[in-house]
Ligand binder design. Structure first.
Ligand code: HEC
Ligand code: HEC
Length: 321
C-alpha cells in the first residue's frame, strides 16, 4: 500500500508570498519543506514559487505545455507532476539527477525557472526571522544548501496518492468506480496496447528510459537521455512517466505536444500518423495497434480511474461509458 497523507494540504493562498504572511510553525522537515515549496522567496524577484509550475490542483504539474519562470521566461520542457516521486530513482525527463535532494536546488538556480543563486537565498533566509527560527528548531542549524534540499525533498515524499477507483478494485475488488469499461481498458493496457511493457509497477512506470518516437533531430530536437549519457542508443529516450492522476496533468509528453489523453491514445495507436521521421523509436511501437473506437474509450476510462479522489471531481463530467 502506498502511504497517503497531506500535511496542511492545499494552503489557502497559492500565489501570495509566504513571506508576507505569518508562517505556520512547521513541526518536521516535511512541513518546513512545504513552506519553502509555496514561497516565492526562492526566486530572484520573489514572484515564482515551486508551486507556480507544480500546481497542487493539477497534481503538482502545470496545465500549459511550457511553464513560465521568473520574468516570463520559458524553459524547454513540460512540467511533470511532482507527486508519487518517493519511489523514483531518477528525476527530470532525462534523469540527470537521481534523488529529490539532488534535484531540489536545480530549479532555484535555473535561469528559466527561479534564477536565484542558492547563496543569495541562504542570505535571505538568514534575514527572515521566522525561517531562521524554524531551521534552528528543526535542524538545530542555520539554513544551508543541505537542509533546504532535505526539507523540499521530505515534503515531496509526502505527495503520494492511492485513493483511486483502480486501487479500490485491486485491493477490494470494488467495482463501484471501476466497471466493465475500466476492466476492459486494463486488459488493453496490459495486452493489446502494450502500455504495461513500459508503464508497470505501483505508479505505472518501470523507471526506464525509452523512446516512443518524439525525436527526429529536426523540429523535434530534444535528444533526452542522450544529453546525460552521450550514448547514441539513448537518442530520443525519456524517463517513462508514472500515470497516476494522468487525467489532470495534461498537456502530455516532455514537450507538452499532446493536449488530451485521447490524443495520446491516438498517437500510440499509430505513431506514424503524427511523426513519420522519428529516430530510434522503440520496437514496441513499430506496428499500429489497430485499436477500435470502443477499445480507445475503454483504455481512456482505465487511465481516468488512476485519478486520486481529491482531483476526481473535475473529471467526473468527462467520463463516458
Ligand atoms: C518555471 C517552472 C518550474 C518551477 C518554478 C519549478 N519547476 Fe520543477 N520542474 C519544471 C520542469 C519544466 C521540469 C522538467 C525539467 C526537465 O525534465 O528537464 C521540472 C521537474 C521537477 C521534478 C522532477 C519530476 C520528475 O518526474 O522527474 C521535481 C521533483 C521538481 N521539478 C520539483 C521542483 C521544486 C522542489 C521546485 C522549487 C524549488 C521546482 N520544481 C520549481 C518546472 C518548474
Ligand atoms: C516503449 C515504452 C512505452 C510504451 C509501450 C508506452 N509508453 Fe507511454 N510513455 C513512455 C515514455 C518514455 C513516455 C514519455 C515520452 C516523451 O515525453 O518523449 C510516455 C508518456 C506517456 C504519457 C504522457 C505522460 C505525461 O506525464 O506526459 C501517457 C499518458 C502514456 N505514456 C500512456 C501510455 C499508454 C496508454 C500506452 C499504451 C497504449 C503507453 N503509454 C505505451 C513509454 C511507453
Amino acid at each position: 500500500m502506498k502511504r497517503l497523507f497531506f500535511l496542511f494540504a492545499f494552503p489557502f493562498c497559492f500565489s501570495c508570498g509566504n513571506s508576507e504572511l505569518e508562517l505556520k510553525e512547521p513541526y518536521n522537515e516535511a512541513t518546513l519543506g512545504e513552506l519553502l515549496f509555496f514561497d516565492p522567496i526562492l526566486s530572484a524577484d520573489s514572484s515564482v514559487s515551486c508551486a507556480s509550475c507544480h500546481k497542487p490542483e493539477f497534481a503538482f504539474s502545470d496545465n500549459t505545455p511550457i511553464s513560465k519562470g521568473v520574468g516570463g521566461k520559458k524553459g524547454k520542457r513540460n512540467t511533470p507532476s511532482a507527486m508519487n516521486q518517493s519511489s523514483r530513482n531518477f528525476q527530470f525527463w532525462d534523469g540527470r539527477n537521481e534523488t529529490l535532494e539532488e534535484q531540489a536546488l536545480g530549479p532555484i538556480e535555473n535561469p528559466a525557472e527561479m534564477n536565484l543563486p542558492v547563496s543569495v537565498l541562504i542570505n535571505r533566509l538568514y534575514r527572515h526571522k521566522q525561517y531562521l527560527y524554524f531551521f534552528d528548531k528543526i535542524f538545530n542549524e542555520k539554513p544551508n544548501r543541505r537542509n533546504i534540499a532535505a526539507s523540499l525533498a521530505a515534503y515531496e515524499r509526502t505527495l503520494e496518492t492511492d485513493d483511486t477507483p483502480f486501487d479500490d478494485y485491486m485491493q477490494e475488488n470494488d467495482t463501484a468506480g471501476f466497471g466493465k469499461s475500466e476492466q476492459r481498458g486494463q486488459d488493453i493496457f496490459n495486452d493489446k496496447g502494450k502500455c504495461f511493457d513500459c508503464h508497470f509497477g505501483p505508479d505505472f512506470t518501470g523507471d526506464q528510459f525509452r523512446n516512443i518516437g518524439l525525436f527526429n533531430g529536426k523540429d523535434l530536437n530534444d535528444s533526452g537521455r542522450f544529453i546525460v549519457t552521450r550514448k547514441r542508443s539513448d537518442l530520443g529516450k525519456f524517463k517513462t512517466p508514472g500515470l497516476r492522476n494522468i487525467s489532470v496533468t495534461g498537456p502530455y509528453m516532455h514537450n507538452g505536444m499532446h493536449k488530451t489523453l485521447r490524443e495520446v491514445i491516438d498517437y500510440y495507436d499509430e505513431p506514424d500518423k503524427f511523426i513519420s521521421n522519428s529516430v530510434n523509436r522503440d520496437s514496441l511501437l513499430i506496428k499500429p495497434l489497430n485499436l477500435t473506437e470502443v477499445e480507445k474509450k475503454d483504455l481512456e476510462n482505465f487511465l481516468l480511474s488512476l485519478t486520486d479522489r481529491r482531483f476526481s471531481k473535475k473529471q467526473d463530467n468527462k467520463r463516458e461509458k
